[in-house]
Design a protein around this ligand. Structure first.
Ligand code: AMP
Length: 437
């Protein structure tokens, strides 16, 4: 059995790690750490939950601890870029505990909070700076930061940074960095644009991979309810009521839809919280804190929260709306079954989400088991006049779900067309999509 010592990490650091309860390297750590310690660029294909933060964090800390002198004012010795504030904060926390009680400075630079305290903090010089691209550029523009002595760059969740349109920000940031540096890039998927990124920012990288992109965590039980949009809320309430004391994340597509859903859940007596892009950083942090410490059992989120969130007790993920980007499904359901626990991911598919579900199943290379209802055949075929064709609904419809916990058989069995105001969600849709009336 390989240990953290075998990977070449310093004894003190490993002892600190073991004190946090982490005593055996995960596969991505086993593969990436020795190369990173040797100074090679690394391109890691790994999803959240695999331990990738420590895969880049441990070698980074090990190398920086050997410097033996503090960083100069305004300088940053290593820069970790992450797509969301939540992920950035989480990385900072994970690495912070490993350098607790030392002079080593781990900083955080994210938007949504006052910039002046950040300017003050970075003025002293930082060993590891975790940042979201937008705020970092703000600080660079104000000359509050000096990246000319940055020896290490980490791009975490690089695919999401691209999805979020950070490509120009990345290009700009890299111009401030010295060409001679070590770069590590971690991504759950490898879209085409990544080839450009890795080609321009990495130098002959070692590729490490632990699970093919699109492969979901083995421990997540998946299922889908075919249900009309108008009935999703009732089904959600019914399913949540079966596990009131277990943490659940509900993914909605829009900010407005998330707010609406939270209101309904609160009325039903749930301590529900929401995180989405319209919330201030303070609100987002408070919501996540309440969810983390168990005060709120339900978190309604848009994809802002899909990546990186590491809350081990999450047992249920509901895809109330299916994501437009199929890879986001993988990230969403990766919020459960963490830290070796089981988890259930339940998707709701209304007729106008048929294409999204197909795309998800294509990426996953599996068919998600049907929990209730009947696949909405023909919904994208204009010759069906936008009415769902419910093939022999009897067996599925009245027969009930195939799995305990579904319980919505009568609802979905009728193949009631979706749409209508019931779902209350504004959606961006392709105009030629077949839709139920
Ligand atoms: P990440 O993929 O970096 O988001 O890590 C997911 C979770 O796994 C975090 O809670 C880590 O603390 C935990 N973790 C990371 N490495 C290990 C390990 N080698 N053994 C057990 N847990 C780990």
């Amino acid at each position: 059995m390989t240990t953290f010592y075998d990977l070449g990490l310093p004894k003190k650091l490993v002892e600190k790690l073991i004190a946090t309860g982490i005593d055996k390297p995960s596969p991505i750590q086993e593969r990436a750490i020795p190369h990173a310690l040797e100074g090679q660029d690394v391109m890691g294909l790994a999803q959240t939950g695999t331990g990738k933060t420590l895969a880049f964090g441990l070698p980074l800390i090990a190398k920086l601890q050997s410097y033996g002198r503090p960083p100069e004012p305004k300088t940053v010795r290593s820069l970790i870029l992450a797509p969301t504030r939540e992920l950035a904060n989480q990385i900072k926390e994970s690495l912070g505990v490993l350098v607790d009680g030392s002079h080593f400075k781990v900083g955080l630079v994210v938007g949504g909070v006052a910039i002046n305290p950040q300017i003050k903090r970075v003025a002293r010089g930082t060993d590891v700076l975790v940042a979201t691209p937008g705020r970092l550029i703000d600080l660079l523009d104000r000359r509050a930061l000096d990246l000319s002595q940055t020896d290490f760059l980490v791009l975490d969740e690089a695919d999401q940074m691209l999805d979020m349109g950070f490509i120009h920000a990345l290009r700009k940031i890299v111009e401030f960095l010295p060409a001679k540096r070590q770069t590590m890039l971690f991504s759950a998927t490898m879209p085409k644009l990544m080839a450009e990124i890795s080609g321009s920012y990495l130098n002959n990288p070692v590729r490490v991979q632990v699970a093919p992109p699109g492969k979901t965590a083995d421990k997540v039980t998946q299922g889908v309810h075919y249900i009309s949009k108008a009935e999703k809320t009732n089904l959600l309430i019914e399913l949540l009521s079966k596990h009131r004391d277990e943490a659940a994340i509900v993914f909605a597509r829009t900010k407005h839809g998330s707010d609406r859903l939270v209101k309904v859940l609160v009325k039903q007596g749930y301590e529900a919280q929401t995180v989405h892009g319209n919330k201030s950083q303070g609100q987002r942090e408070r919501a996540l804190k309440a969810f983390r410490n168990g005060e709120a059992m339900v978190l309604v989120a848009t994809d802002v929260a899909a990546r990186g969130l590491d809350i081990p007790q999450v047992r249920h993920v509901y895809n109330f709306d299916l994501p437009n980007v199929p890879e986001n499904y993988v990230h969403r359901i990766g919020r459960t079954a963490r830290a070796g626990m089981d988890g259930a991911a339940v998707a709701f598919c209304s007729p106008d989400e048929t294409d999204e579900l197909k795309a998800i199943q294509k990426v996953l290379k599996i068919e998600i088991p049907v929990l209730s209802g009947t696949p909405w055949l023909g919904m994208t075929d204009p010759s069906h006049k936008n009415k769902p064709k419910n093939t022999g609904g009897g067996g599925r419809g009245k027969g009930g779900p195939r799995r305990s916990g579904g319980g919505n058989s009568q609802r979905s069995g009728g193949g009631k067309p979706a749409g209508g105001p019931g779902g209350g969600q504004k959606r961006r849709r392709r105009p030629n999509r077949g839709r139920a009336a």
